[in-house]
Design a protein around this ligand. Sequence first.
Ligand code: RIB
Ligand code: CA
Length: 328
Amino acid sequence: MHIHKVIFDTDPGVDDAIALYFALAHPQIDLVGITTTFGNVTVDQAAINAQYLTALAARHIPVTKGIGKPLVNPGVAPPDFIHGADGLGNLPSRALTKGAMDPRSSAQFIVDMACAHPGEITLVAVGPVGNLAMALALEPALPTLVREVILMGGTIVEPGNVSPVAEANIWSDPHAADRVFQAGWRLTMVGLDVTHRVVTALSLFEKIALHHRHPATDTLHHAVKFYTTFYSGLHKHLDATPGCYAHDLLAFLYLVAPDLFRTETGCVRVATEGLAQGQTILDRRPFIDYPQSGWSLNQPQTQVCMDVNAPACLQLFEETLLTAWLGR
Ligand code: RIB
Ligand code: CA
């Protein structure tokens, strides 16, 4: 059984929290660090949340603070109407937890870990990817040092969620995203084409919370309740049966069960400005040597998830979260 050594680059965020707890519960995932970024919340709040969620689960994993704004574009206010002002559905109170932040920047942590474990680290990135872009700048050989990168972000055929063509993580730092897509590492994009196929019901989180009766799963249940309210206002089918898209979870589901996904491979580029800001464009005709710069036949390739076995994903999630993974 292969155990994946993972650095989780994240902006928790409710679906980030769902993904984190799946990772902590899954026996094939060894979470060696959590690097945080701005996005659903400020980077300060993201780091606080990452520490809080891991402490609640009695797991001691290094947490670093990373980039606080996009590389080039001006930043925007976090979407508190989706994740709550605190990123976890406005928790009424927080338990007292202990834990010190790792003093390194997220980018430095990624580089240090990749150099210490060459060929072993998988980066699972589920927020705007400035930390990965900064790590590439610090260590240009990074693509040869990490095992693979799995990125929740982007969309090819499915409409976007922050504009008709753009997904939030890519839109939030399109310059960083284009650098990450063009870095030349083994890269898989898990975007809205698949995350919008998998609805996690609120009732499932209630079942998990009742099963464990633990502060960690109670906190997750609370956060998901807030998050599903946003989604029920947005989509009719999520109003009838409360549920949500657990976008970031799918990056980990891909890591441990890639056979549940259908992929296509090609060059992905990101539109960095204008009406199409954040659009992820996949060259689906690699037999044509386009004359426009940036689309030559030897551009780095990305594996893009285009379809998914949703029932099998939901079963894997439920089975994993119902195991005895929580410390006290
Ligand atoms: O578009 C979905 C992504 O944006 C997820 O990573 C979610 O957490 C938000 O950051
Ligand atoms: Ca996220």
